[in-house]
Design a protein around this ligand. Structure first.
Ligand SMILES: [Zn+2]
Ligand SMILES: [Zn+2]
Length: 402
């Protein structure tokens, strides 16, 4: 692996975006891949390479905990080359740590995806793009009535023998399962043993099912309001009296976090602001849930594996299945931060926190990355005043935007 440059790196002349405030006229000093200082007055070694932020923002790198691909590649394509294509694309959009996300698929397809991510992670150097922080094991354990755009044939209930192989090493860091499926609790217990962030998604669970999942370690819900239960969706399962859903459970439980696809296409500004006001910046993550059509022309693409994933269309703004509904986003995390800032009551530090420190904390990396703090990884972005990514540094090394 390429070592970060020995010379210190100074990024100056920008507004620092900290988790709780902005500091104008600030600078960040990086050395040997770490942040050495961040603030208004930073002692500059003579040997430092100086980067001019040109009056823009200096922000921590973004962290995406739910993302399927980009630039034509889906992580489920199952090759290290496809993984690297997506990593490179997301670095351009400001993502410095990424959790490649599985979808429904045959057991071997998921094994291949894990092997491809492992290979890309082992040989990774900053020029490759976003750093793989772990895999998000997302599909195939979805509820039959909440599969969404994923291929239906690949969906199933958790099978202990099957997932034991996936949890074989520590690559899987986030684990999703619908709480109402038979075997969900054993799955959650296994994921807890591996210290994963445990999440319930593509689920039609009621409050009681969420409460027992919470006991087993579940602390997060995938893409709030998308493919999840509501008071009305529970009626066919439970009749009357009407039941409380995942929505009420997440909003009423302080320890539960969730995420929103803030592309402006999935959720209205009112819903985004409501989620932010209810959960706060420490319990709400911004995710892309982005598919392979990011940075690609409008057209027809496969969701999941290139070999047999289900088809969707992209109009360049969002993925959709004609006549059915949306099929995840085609935007990078930089777009989500801009949209959240523009369309909700979140301040810039809060919008950035939801795309950096909050996902870092929820996945157990809060001490390692996610903010411009001494000792953390030198994952730093230079943004212009419109919050567009100008330069991406991962571990103190610039990733070219080509
Ligand atoms: Zn989904
Ligand atoms: Zn997804």
């Amino acid at each position: 692996m390429k070592k970060p440059p020995a010379a210190p790196l100074l990024i100056e002349n920008g507004t620092l975006v900290l988790p709780d405030r902005l500091i104008e006229g600030g600078a960040v000093l990086c050395e040997r891949g770490r942040i050495m200082a961040a603030g208004k007055r930073v002692a500059v070694p003579k040997t430092a390479t100086v980067i001019d932020a040109k009056g823009g923002y200096i922000s921590p790198g973004f962290i995406d905990i739910h993302v399927h691909g980009g630039a034509g590649a889906d992580f489920m394509d199952g090759t290290a080359a496809a993984v690297r294509t997506a990593l490179k694309a997301h670095a351009r959009h400001g993502t410095t740590s990424i959790f490649p996300t599985t979808t429904t698929g045959a057991p071997e397809q998921i094994m291949e995806m894990l092997a491809a991510c492992r290979e890309a992670q082992r040989s990774w150097e900053p020029g490759d793009g976003s750093r793989i922080a772990g895999v998000h094991l997302y599909g195939p354990y979805f509820a039959p009535d909440k599969v969404g755009c994923h291929s239906r044939e690949g969906r199933r209930a958790p099978d202990a023998e099957e997932y034991a192989r996936w949890f074989g090493d520590d690559l899987v860091r986030i684990a999703t399962c619908a709480a109402e499926l038979p075997g969900a609790e054993a799955f959650y217990r296994m994921a807890r043993k591996r210290r994963c962030l445990i999440t319930c998604g593509h689920s039609n669970a009621n409050w009681a099912e969420m409460a027992s999942a919470f006991k087993a370690g579940m602390r997060h819900v995938d893409h709030f309001w998308c493919a999840m239960s509501s008071v009305t969706s529970l009626r066919p399962r439970f009749g009357t009296p009407m039941q409380a859903s995942m929505e009420q459970f997440v909003l009423a439980t302080a320890d539960m976090s969730t995420e929103v696809i803030a592309d402006g296409m999935h959720l209205s500004p009112e819903l985004l602001d409501f989620a932010f006001r209810m959960k706060g910046a420490q319990r709400l993550c911004l995710v892309t849930d982005c598919n392979r059509a990011m940075d690609m022309p409008p057209g027809r693409y496969r969701f999941g594996s290139e070999a047999d994933g289900s088809f969707f269309e992209s109009d360049g703004r969002v993925g959709f299945v004609p006549g059915e509904g949306l099929a995840s986003s085609v935007m990078g995390l930089d777009h989500m931060v801009r949209h959240m800032k523009k369309s909700t009551s979140a301040t810039l530090p809060e919008a950035v926190r939801m795309a950096s420190l909050t996902p870092a904390e929820r996945t157990g990396m809060g001490k390692r990355c996610g903010s411009l703090e001494k000792g953390k990884l030198a994952d730093v972005l230079v943004l212009n005043r419109r919050l567009e990514v100008q330069r991406t540094f991962i571990g103190g090394v610039e990733v070219p935007h080509d």
